[in-house]
Write a protein that binds this ligand. Structure first.
Ligand code: PLP
Length: 410
């Protein structure tokens, strides 16, 4: 057997299960996103993107684009090194100050992505505080799971957003055992929101640190875009906030915000921070402009929530199986990988609607879905076209229709 045979066997398995992933080859149209060009064997075609995590359309905001141009014209393309070796530019320093202020923390630390921030921070925390037990929500993102695993310490999984289960598990350990509760504010596949205040109460009661991933909330919730912790008035009860610069802020990169001592310790001991080139200055400049804008402008946040509510109610009115939730995420259940892929293929090919099928391991098997992310840049006309197309397909697809009937009957 050759090595390639092994690779092919693994890929065959994915094909058989109907969850082989195909990337759409796209070029966003700056200024008119969500319109984009889709490249395929049949050529180039205009489509509408319905699954971008550029939730507020900040990736094409004039202030963000101008800041990035200006940075390139001023300092060139790359940062030139790790933060330690000439890769700390004034853009990084300013951005960290802005992020610390956004979350009401003493300090912040930039990473090349929120994935890396979660992985690097959680794994380092366990090494810095030996004997730490991490209590992790069962629906936590892969990056937190990776960080916890790489730390090599004890891990206890609690049921999703289940305070009673979390408390029952915390209670089993002496108060003196170091503990971290790791959780998200907005869970991106179902759109659930965690009860932050109640989790902070438990953390206080049992002597745990709180580690909160606000990746799907920063920029979008709270009076200044500080996330759910800001919205709920509990920022001071969260010890470490993880966020991304890629979604609500529309650019790229990740960070933690925490006490000065915590950020300094992670800066000093975390391999995932130390041994990699820092973000390009233009990226830092764009993120800085985006955060600054969203701290004072609420137009995008208000419109974002209105767009999500509107799409959900349109889908419900057509009796399509939207999973209801209190956030901006609009998941529509299909429940089968092959049909999920088939529906999204037809949407793209025949209706110019691009939405990615979501399958295992991103979601549990049997809960395959489409995940729509309406944003302030999606128009009513685009929404009408989407819902009409979905309704037509739903009526024509027996399995999707079966899911609908089952959900409606529940
Ligand atoms: N945390 C959560 C909950 C996410 O959903 C994601 C990515 O989708 C990440 C972290 C990683 O963010 P980034 O894309 O900045 O690496």
């Amino acid at each position: 057997m050759t090595y390639n045979n092994i690779f092919e066997r693994h890929l065959d398995q994915l094909h058989q299960e109907g969850r082989y992933r195909v990337f759409a080859d796209l070029k966003r149209r700056q200024g008119s996103f969500p319109v984009a060009d889709h490249y395929s064997q049949s050529g180039r075609r205009e489509i509408t993107v319905w699954c971008s995590n550029d939730y507020l359309g900040m990736g094409q905001h004039p202030k963000v684009v101008a800041a990035m141009h200006e940075a390139i014209d001023t300092v060139g393309a790359g940062s030139g090194g790790t933060r330690n070796i000439s890769g700390t530019t004034h853009y990084h320093v300013e951005l960290e100050q802005e992020i610390a202020d956004l979350h009401g923390k003493e300090a912040a630390l930039l990473f090349t992505s929120a994935y890396v921030a979660n992985d690097a921070t959680l794994s380092t925390l366990v090494k810095l505080i030996p004997g730490t037990v991490i209590f992790s929500d069962e629906k936590n993102h892969a990056s937190m799971i990776a960080g916890i695993q790489h730390g090599g310490g004890a891990k206890v999984i609690f049921r999703h957003n289940d305070l009673a289960d979390l408390e029952a598990k915390l209670r089993k350990y002496p108060k003196g055992t170091p503990k971290i509760i790791a959780f998200e504010s907005v869970y991106s596949m179902d759109g659930h929101i965690a009860p932050l205040g109640s989790i902070a109460d438990l953390a206080e009661k049992y002597g745990a640190m709180t580690y909160l991933d606000e990746v799907h909330a920063v920029g979008m919730y709270g009076p200044r875009g500080g996330g759910i912790a800001e919205r709920d008035g509990v920022m001071d009860r969260i010890d470490i906030v993880n966020g991304t610069l890629a979604k609500g802020f529309g650019v790229m990169g990740g960070y933690i915000a925490a006490s000065a001592a915590c950020c300094d310790a992670i800066r000093s001991f975390s391999s995932g921070f130390i041994f990699t080139t820092s973000l390009a200055p233009a990226i830092a400049a764009g993120a800085l402009a985006s955060i600054r804008h969203l701290k004072s402008s609420t137009v995008e946040r208000t419109s974002h929530q209105e767009r999500a509510r509107r799409l959900k109610s349109m889908l419900k009115a057509r009796r399509l199986p939207v999973i209801d939730n209190p956030s901006h995420i609009v998941p529509v259940m299909v429940g089968d990988p092959t049909h999920c892929k088939a529906v999204t293929d037809v949407l793209l090919r025949e209706y110019g609607v691009y939405v990615q099928p979501i399958n295992y391991p991103t979601v549990p098997r049997g809960t395959e879905r489409m995940r729509f992310t309406p944003s302030p840049v999606h128009s009513n006309v685009q929404m009408d076209q989407l819902v009409d197309a979905l309704e037509t397909l739903w009526m024509a697809c027996p399995v999707a229709n079966g899911t609908y009937v089952r959900l409606a009957a529940e």
